[in-house]
Design a protein around this ligand. Sequence first.
Ligand code: HEM
Length: 359
Amino acid sequence: MNTMLRLHEESPPPGEEDTIRRLTELMRRNYERAYPAGVSPALRGVHPKSNGCVRADFIIDDGLPDELRRGVFREPRVYPAWVRFSSTSARVQSDMRRDSRCMAIKLLDVPGEKILDAEKDATTQDFLMANTDVFFARSVADYAELMAAMGAGKPLSFFFSCAPPRLRLRELLNYASALLKPVRNPLHARYWSQTPFRLGERAMKFSVVPRPCGAPRVEVEPGDDALKQAVARQLERGDWMFDFLVQLQTHPTRTPIEDPTIRWSEDVAPFHKVATIVIPAQRLDQPGRAEFEENLSFTPWHALPEHRPLGGLNRARRAVYEVISRLRHERNGVRRDEPRTLRAWRGRAPSSAQPARYP
Ligand code: HEM
């Protein structure tokens, strides 16, 4: 056991900053190859395929125990929110192909200074998740090695090779389960943060679980865009709800900060419900919404200091998301700013927009 590790604290390995610089540069080059200057629309570097972007309410529970009442969970209240469902692959591909499915939440109207220097005044807090609970790289150095192996067309060499002899079994299992886990309707899936974050002075991971609310479950036949159709049809039938749960770190090695390939077992770190997400019945195809969605930027670093991202992979995400998102907005010739109110979207909608219960 590594006795140097302390509960709730990060322990960056020596040289990590250089590795992050190299990784960011690699991802920037990959993005510029995919979307050279003059090519537009430029999509997200990963997660370009949308499975639906929906308006939601994020309702903080009343009566939370004191240790959970930090950051956005401090007081019972309702945050308006946007939720984007996506598939991970860097290419927009058929939903018939295997891929991990993800959920990104952006809370609006969040008071308090935010972490990013350029966006201290933003009023948003983002939560990004995937549909499995563990990541497939332990460290930034390993992630950079995987990216290089993928770039060379030999992704499997990251997981096993003869010379030098190597087997990264846990990483392979995590990677395979992310690709193979079936999702028929993104609203019916469970999602996890995989990496840890601050909850005040402590560390947490978070997860979102669908909550039965009496609505009949809608599934559609498999097809190229079946996931978005499934979300659309479900929300035509009525509201949908999720519970938002947090899991507190309880042990420096059994619930590690620096290695997101290790599951935080619920035996040692049980989940606690802190909020309810209500996605009201709505139409996804409203005028202006697709454009609004394309211009959004999600990053785990859109956060209050009380929810600061923790661990190496999250430290790497700080620069990578910002660089790629800036390039994307530059290529598309659009302003890059955080939405302040739901009206920001309404204002951009063409005048033919139908009056709707929710934007
Ligand atoms: C070092 C590890 C990671 C890197 C380098 C990375 C990189 C990226 C990049 C470049 C984007 C596109 C951002 C944009 O253009 O606005 C993105 C989007 C996203 N990432 Fe990651 N990511 C990492 C780990 C993760 C993890 C662990 C999760 C969740 C468990 C995650 C979930 C997402 C989601 C949900 C989106 C889409 C956000 C949206 O809907 O716009 N990523 N990621």
